[in-house]
Design a protein. Structure first.
Length: 369
């Protein structure tokens, strides 16, 4: 059974359920250099499995000389690293596309940049002694479900090279506290630069394998394909994106912004790319017809997002559409619109953010206090 796609502007009951289980980061959360953990987005395909941390064991096996069974204490006794890591779901921007896939109906908020603490994966793979025939490492979670009619464990692989990269870790803490259940307790993989599906939560086992993994979450889902029956290309690293913390105050329902005229409005935001450092961020107040250079700030850690800022001169009353766009060091940038070229899973949609703003004459409108 292929993915379902819809052109309806209305969301289905299933999508609303998905959106409640898997929430976005609030756009105003962009003001925090490190995302407070309850604000970080969530994506959970099946159930959050109950895993007893006291009884926990990670199996490392397959094509290795010395299979290991590691308790949480064993893992915590290993070299400890903390890294800020920009995470984003591959379904990012899906609701801006038409048609869209029926899954988690993300707009712009499938993001977060938290500080993960754990132990590097590379040395563990080295110690087990990968055998010659090993080509990939498979990561299997404790969670199990039925997806498009197929019962499965959530599992994904990485090539030996990707698995041993700097920053790839087995994490047991986030922002200085033990992993909460929804983020993968007691132990998860964190793969900087990649869309989130690579960072397998609730890790049960790590297995060195002889053939590239072609299971459901890799051979079928998370691929850029034009139709359901095409094999397509794997979804890997995050495409560049910039986002601003929306200025002014919001309307409660539609979240249009209101600012008063005749002032310089400070705009701040974050930008990232999995394909290299961010090289520039631009800002537009006219729906992307003209662009101004924003000021690019520093990066949070080695794998986090970059800060940026800009001053917007909101002189005249009227309706505006604010946008921003990032370009990375490799020259990749963001398209103006979602879904070009369209892909069947509506993955990796990095169209520019659009923030509707009404600039009002100061003191002209009704208010209560
Ligand atoms: N075992 C397991 N790992 C998983 C998932 C899952 O459903 N099961 N979801 C993946 C996806 S698609 C994303 S985007 C990230 C989300 O991580 P977060 O919920 O901590 O933000 O976890 C990934 N790891
Ligand atoms: Mo995801």
């Amino acid at each position: 059974m292929p993915n379902r796609v819809t052109e309806s502007a209305q969301f289905t009951r299933e999508e609303v359920m998905q959106a409640q289980r898997c929430h976005s980061m609030h756009a105003e959360g962009l003001r925090y250099p490190v995302t407070p953990i309850g604000m970080h987005y969530l994506l959970i395909h099946y159930d959050i499995p109950y895993v007893d941390p006291g009884a926990y064991e990670l199996e490392v096996g397959g094509l290795v000389q010395e299979p290991l069974r590691l308790t949480l204490e064993d893992i915590k006794a290993r070299p400890k690293v903390t890294e800020a890591v920009m995470m984003e779901c591959a379904g990012t921007g899906r609701s801006h596309a038409s048609p869209r896939t029926v899954f988690v109906p993300w707009f712009d908020g499938a993001i977060g940049c938290a500080e993960w603490t754990g132990t590097p994966l590379g040395p563990i793979l080295e110690e087990t002694g990968l055998l010659d025939g090993a080509v990939e490492v498979l990561f299997t979670g404790h969670d199990r479900g039925v997806e498009q009619g197929i019962e499965q464990d959530f599992e994904r692989s990485l090539s030996l090279e990707e698995a041993s990269r700097e920053g790839v870790m087995l994490a047991y803490e986030v922002n200085g506290v033990p992993l909460p259940p929804q983020h993968g307790a007691p132990l998860r993989l964190v793969v900087p630069g990649w869309y989130g599906m690579a960072s397998v939560k609730w890790l049960r086992s790590i297995t060195a394998i002889a053939e590239p993994f072609d299971g459901f979450q890799q051979g079928n889902q998370y691929r850029y394909k034009r139709s359901a029956d095409e094999k397509g290309e794997p979804v890997t690293r995050q495409r560049p994106r910039a986002m601003m913390a929306p200025p002014g105050i919001p309307s409660q329902l539609g979240r249009t912004r209101y600012v008063e005229s005749g002032q310089k409005v400070p705009i701040e935001g974050r930008a990232w790319s999995g394909w290299g450092p961010v090289a520039r961020v631009e800002f537009s107040a006219d729906g992307g017809r003209s662009w101004e250079e924003a000021e690019l700030g520093g990066r949070i850690g080695r794998f986090g997002w970059f800060g940026w800022s800009h001053e917007w001169e909101a002189h005249a009353p009227g309706e505006y559409e604010l946008s921003c766009r990032a370009t990375d060091a490799a020259g990749n940038t963001q398209p103006p619109d979602a879904g070009e070229p369209w892909n069947h899973g509506t993955y990796g949609i990095n169209a520019v953010q659009r923030v509707p703003v009404v600039v009002r004459e100061g003191g002209e409108h009704e208010h209560q206090n």
